[in-house]
Design a binder for this molecule. Structure first.
Ligand code: 2DT
Length: 212
């Protein structure tokens, strides 16, 4: 199934509101690609394992307070500190399934009122995803699924704003997936989209930088 070590891996990002199913679909994709014999890893942002990630985690669990601009830049720094490893993995043929990325960064901060362009600026030069899978769900429907934890941002009113902010971020790399269908149907659709993307990257689709 094309495990040619000369070819690069794909950068696949899952985005969507809280409770849209990103995390469970990400792990299903991992299992699927592993099953086909691909080299693949599951990543997520924020990556709470680093020093910066711990500051973010403390902020999200309301243990510390930070100015909106400051936390925005920390989220971005948390991606920058992983950029070179990300590039190495991709260039050596590993596909990365990434649960949240720069789009979460821009959508959540602009939902607080920070300007779009200001929010995008620190993301310039990070690797551009080959495919963004947006799990589309109405904020009210997501809230009905229950299980909002106690973290910052996990409130219906704020999620409504985030949903609006995601809307303006769509580009050619996005696929909007209806996240209200049965979980297996979504899984199947994602498998097809990701496989096609992985093939395109194997065939030499160039790696690009944000925002392109
Ligand atoms: P989870 O770990 O449950 O996905 O929640 N966020 C995330 C931002 O505000 N900016 C970012 O750059 C990223 C990656 C989304 C993490 C929360 O942090 C928000 C939900």
């Amino acid at each position: 199934s094309g495990c040619n070590s000369e070819s690069r891996g794909a950068l696949v990002v899952l985005e969507g509101l809280d409770r849209s199913g990103k995390t469970s679909q990400s792990s299903r994709l991992l299992t699927y690609l592993e099953g086909l014999g691909h080299s693949v890893e599951l990543w997520r942002f924020p990556d709470r394992s680093t020093n910066v990630g711990q500051m973010i985690s403390s902020y999200l669990s309301n243990k510390s307070q930070l100015d909106d601009h400051t936390i925005h830049l920390l989220f971005s720094a948390n991606r920058w500190e992983k950029r070179s490893l990300m590039e190495t993995k991709l260039k050596t043929g590993t596909t990365l399934i990434v649960d949240r990325y720069s789009y979460s960064g821009v959508a959540f901060s602009s939902a607080k009122g920070l300007g779009d362009e200001w929010c995008k600026a620190p993301e310039i030069g990070l690797l551009a995803p080959d495919l963004v899978l947006y799990l589309d769900i109405q904020p009210e429907k997501a809230a009905e699924r229950g299980g909002y934890g106690g973290e910052k941002y996990e409130q219906l009113e704020f999620q409504r704003k985030v949903a609006q902010c995601y809307q303006v971020l769509h580009d050619a790399s996005w696929m909007i997936v209806d996240a209200c269908r049965p979980i297996e149907d979504i899984e199947k659709q994602l498998q097809e989209l990701v496989l096609e993307c992985v093939m395109a990257c194997q065939k030499g689709k160039p790696l690009a930088n944000l925002w392109s």
